[in-house]
Design a protein around this ligand. Structure first.
Ligand code: NAP
Length: 465
């Protein structure tokens, strides 16, 4: 029998928790632990030398307000009960079994880095990209730094009806002078400055009521200088089920979207550049010799009861000669070495945040929060409640957790033994100062480092050894 620990979380027996991942859900989990009445020691490990995950690498550079949440995260990180271990990856530098031996509890908050595929002929062609790769590229994610997007093409297509699809459309279309004062990476700015894209098709399989984008983001498309949004009014005719959906509070955003789309549909085509919104269409084949030249779209119709309507092919086909395509069908989490994974749902199998084995047994001391727990949905703030739920499960489990865990000293021992360069939060602050100083030269809030080696070099100026 393992030792019972009624006193876990007290001065004699601080609760030692590792949080894996430093995006919003990881920081909200740390916040929830810090706000509990427990005596805690929180160690957050992050594979990159820089924190904030989706806020740094997912939020669009022209949506700076959304990034202001990092001020809250920075405050959490400077709490004496918290320590940041940047440049430390689960599976690369430390194993799941090591963390289990070191900490009373481990909260996995690794988000969702992969993208869903279209699964159609021709998806391998040059010019076909994941929206997540484009987003990572313009936001300076190290693994996307060397990607190339051929913006010398006239016609682009974005597939998907979520906010990421809208972000991609907007960044492709926004006058570069409006992006210059953001923290967009210089390589993206240079490429966008010579972009020839003048026609963008935003394509989705369901109708205007089922589209996932939010009204604020949709409305913003209509404000892009020199561009016009084109919608075929016939697409806004709703079937009975969609009309019923609109009456439900869960579809309040859809009613607003519909109003915006009706205004777009009344536009007379007059601008030189256009964004065409297509509903009830999906690519069924991509053609080209080596490089994308043409997208074949299959018409879709909705089938099923209100709130559960799915798109099914209706037979008709049409083509659009697009040379660039970004698939934006949502993100997917990656399996983590040593931990169970639900391939079908693309998440860590869990019940309200408690990890479970394939056989449905609770994996004692292991928890998940954020996108790796519930899938890639919701806004940044959604993760707060999600993390509160996970932490409340953890707190409820305290009496059943083994007490003898060495925590931070053991982690430092293992990483020190490998002479591993740990990036402390003070090091990150030095990286951030260096990025801001680089930004000043170009009148930008920051010029991000896009290579891990550059980040580590900037960390050396922190004075922390
Ligand atoms: P999303 O909102 O889930 O949208 C994914 C889109 O892909 C949906 O239109 C979905 O259609 C479609 N899709 C999925 N699988 C498909 C398939 N096999 N074939 C065809 N279409 C498929 O995902 P997201 O745009 O990646 O955004 C992720 C989350 O981040 C969302 O919660 C979003 O609101 C948030 N976000 C927020 C902001 C912001 O606040 N400004 C910016 C970016 C992202 P169905 O509905 O038919 O499945």
């Amino acid at each position: 029998m393992a030792a019972q620990a009624p006193g876990l979380g007290t001065p004699k027996l601080p609760l030692r928790v590792a949080v894996v991942g430093s995006g919003p859900s990881g920081f909200y989990a740390a916040e929830s632990l810090l706000e509990s009445k427990l005596v805690v020691e929180i160690d957050m490990i992050e594979r990159l030398p820089v924190p904030y995950g989706l806020v740094r690498y997912g939020v669009a550079p022209d949506h700076a307000k959304l990034k202001s949440v990092t001020a809250v995260f920075s405050e959490i990180a400077q709490d004496p009960r918290f320590r940041f271990f940047g440049n430390v990856a689960l599976g690369r530098d430390i194993g799941a079994e090591d963390l289990a031996a070191m900490y009373h509890a481990v909260i996995v908050a690794t988000g969702a880095d992969d993208d869903r595929k279209l699964g159609v002929e021709g998806e391998h062609l040059a010019g076909v990209h994941a929206a997540s790769a484009f987003v990572g590229w313009y936001n300076g994610k190290p693994e996307c730094a060397d990607l190339q997007f051929d913006l010398s093409q006239d016609v682009a297509m974005v597939v998907g009806q979520g906010n990421v699809a809208i972000d991609v459309c907007r960044i492709l279309a926004k006058p570069v002078d409006e992006l210059r004062r953001t923290d967009i990476t210089q390589h993206a700015l240079d490429a966008l400055a010579s972009s020839r894209v003048r026609e963008i098709h935003l394509v989705g399989r369901r109708g205007p009521v089922q589209a996932k984008f939010t009204p604020k983001e949709l409305r913003e498309l209509g404000t892009l200088v020199g561009w016009q949004v084109i919608v075929d009014p016939a697409c806004l005719d709703l079937n009975q089920q969609s009309q019923a959906e609109l009456k439900h509070p869960d579809f309040a955003h859809a009613a607003k979207n519909l109003g915006i789309l009706r205004a777009f549909a009344a536009n007379k085509p007059e601008a030189a550049r256009s964004i065409h919104l297509h509903f009830h269409r999906m690519p069924v084949a991509l053609h080209g010799s080596g490089r994308l030249q043409q997208v074949v779209l299959g018409a879709q119709r909705l089938q099923g009861p209100p709130a559960a309507q799915v798109a099914v092919p209706s037979g008709e086909r049409s083509t659009i000669n697009a040379q660039l395509l970004f698939r934006s069908l949502g993100y997917q989490s990656r399996a983590l070495p040593g931990l169970p994974f639900d391939d079908r749902k693309g998440v860590l199998p869990n019940r309200n945040g408690r990890l479970q084995t394939a056989a449905g047994q609770c994996l004692r001391g292991w928890y998940a929060t954020g996108w790796v727990k519930r899938g890639p949905t919701g806004l940044i703030g959604t993760n707060r409640l999600d993390s509160v739920e996970t932490v409340s499960q953890l707190v409820g489990d305290l009496p059943s957790l083994p007490t003898a865990k060495p925590g931070r000293d053991a982690l430092l021992g293992v990483l020190g033994g490998k002479r591993h360069r740990i990036v402390a939060f003070e090091d990150w602050l030095a990286i951030e100062r260096a990025e801001r100083a680089r930004g000043l030269l170009a009148d930008k809030p920051a010029e991000k480092f896009v290579r891990v080696a550059e980040m580590l070099a900037a960390a050396e100026t922190s004075g922390v050894v």
